[in-house]
Design a protein around this ligand. Sequence first.
Ligand code: C2E
Ligand code: MG
Ligand code: MG
Length: 317
Amino acid sequence: EIYGHTAIIGASAGVVVAKGGSVRGLELIRAADVALYGAKANGGNGFCFFEPQMGLKLQLRRSLELDLRQAMERDEFEIYYQPQTRLPGNKIVGVEALIRWLHPERGFVSPMEFIPVAEDVGLIEPIGAWLLKEACTEVANWPEQITLAVNLSAVQFTTGDLLKTVSQALKQSGLPAEQLEFEITESLLMKETGTTLEILNKLRELNSSIAMDDFGTGYSSLSYIQKYPIDKIKIDRAFVMDLPENQESLAIVNAISAMAESLGLKTTAEGIETKEQARILSKAGCTFAQGYLFGKPMPAAEIVEMLGTKRRTKRSA
Ligand code: C2E
Ligand code: MG
Ligand code: MG
């Protein structure tokens, strides 16, 4: 018990077996450390035996860490924007900002690969702050007032001052707070802390909204939806990708949409690639859509062009 909070302590262990011959103590300790790292990477609270290829993996990871530290200074990050549309139809009503890293030698590194590393080594905070400021500034200057959705890592809620970062980005860019939406994941809500609830409430007091990303892939506990101030659910691509064939996916998207509707929540279906998928989701009652059908993530200039074209077609029609 620490100041009335229960702290749960876990332990992980790395194991190395010394086989015959002469073995150097230092090498053993190093190998055990590598194995410990493996145990932690598996989620912690367990143990892991050392295997030679682990050393190689660790080396790769270390060099990724080093490069990531320099990426900000070298200006290697870029922001792509993916259109979000209202269903039915294809009117662009928002964008999701998605970070891109162009590494000088490795080429494009997926955010799925480097975001977890940035979270581990304390870099997600400066990277997230940079992205927020850049994206707000960019979107504030677009010809149409559309929503900007930004992904937040759970780590950003515990380190640094997220509220300050957000208010600064809004103030400096002039973007109205109601145009900003934050995408959070269930992993954030699972680590039950009073601070998370407080920060989410404050973000909403600013007039920004909160969307639950990748819904359906984690624990999808319904208590989160009740307990936390959530405006929107993003139905994960996993349930959209094999539509219309997969009957179970169909049942799931129908159920999530119906539940959201009766709770007064908006929904965005992710990963829509075909017109048929858009039709199904629209029929299910889903309110917004995102996916390659409407546009892949693209540089700001291309989105602005898309917005411009849409407006011109509307006028000439
Ligand atoms: P997410 O937030 O669920 O983003 C949606 C991902 O699905 C994006 O991948 C997008 O390119 C991809 N996607 C969208 N439509 C389609 C489609 O129709 N078909 C297919 N096959 N894929 C589609 P991306 O850009 O690689 O991002 C992956 C994840 O990385 C994101 O998932 C998000 O969790 C994380 N991420 C990206 N940018 C940021 C960031 O700035 N901050 C944080 N914390 N996480 C980020
Ligand atoms: Mg997202
Ligand atoms: Mg998602």
